[in-house]
Design a protein around this ligand. Structure first.
Ligand SMILES: [Zn+2]
Ligand SMILES: [Zn+2]
Ligand SMILES: [Zn+2]
Length: 174
């Protein structure tokens, strides 16, 4: 272990919500090499030195190098901080607030560093750029990794329009 590793470990977030999401950032096992699936190479860049565990279960123990791990933890910390704010902030859920916006900007920078695909696809299917003022973390269930939502109406093709139940069914028409 080098001095840089100790520094990184020393500043590692101990937030259980962040650590729980880390394993969700690992690519699917079928997309990894044998070395990566056996924790012998970083799952993101293939580096073989100074690896640290990312979680996992049942003998699947993927590892990451300090740099890649740091990039993902920074992103997940930004996501979790933003999500916690939005969950308790009425203006953010309806429209916008300056505190939420600064968290969104921090999240956007951390997201870009991970080189994850853009635009972000919300849970409803709508694609949104990171800079959209409508983008929000998904505040309900995030099992399976960070998810997103947005304020305002859906603009995707998946928008079902007005609920059909509003119209009376033929047998109910007098
Ligand atoms: Zn790496
Ligand atoms: Zn807010
Ligand atoms: Zn939508």
């Amino acid at each position: 272990m080098t001095g840089a590793d100790v520094l990184l470990l020393g500043s590692e977030p101990n937030d259980p919500d962040v650590m729980r999401l880390l394993i969700c950032e690992v690519p699917a096992a079928r997309a990894l090499t044998r070395h990566q699936n056996h924790g012998e190479a970083c799952v993101w860049c293939g580096e073989r030195d100074s690896l640290a565990p990312l979680g996992g279960a049942y003998g699947w123990r993927p590892h990451g190098c300090p740099l890649c791990r740091r990039v993902r933890l920074t992103y997940l910390s930004a996501y979790v901080s933003w999500k916690r704010h939005v969950r308790d902030c009425e203006p953010c859920r309806i429209e916008w607030c300056p505190d939420g916006w600064s968290l969104a900007l921090g999240h956007g920078i951390a997201y870009e560093v991970t080189k994850k695909p853009e635009p972000v696809h919300c849970a409803c299917g709508c694609p949104l750029p990171l800079t959209s003022r409508r983008l929000r973390p998904y505040t309900e269930n995030d099992v399976g990794g960070p998810r997103y939502s947005h304020t305002g109406p859906c603009r995707s093709g998946s928008d079902p329009g007005p609920a059909p139940s509003v119209a009376p069914r033929p047998e109910e028409v007098p």
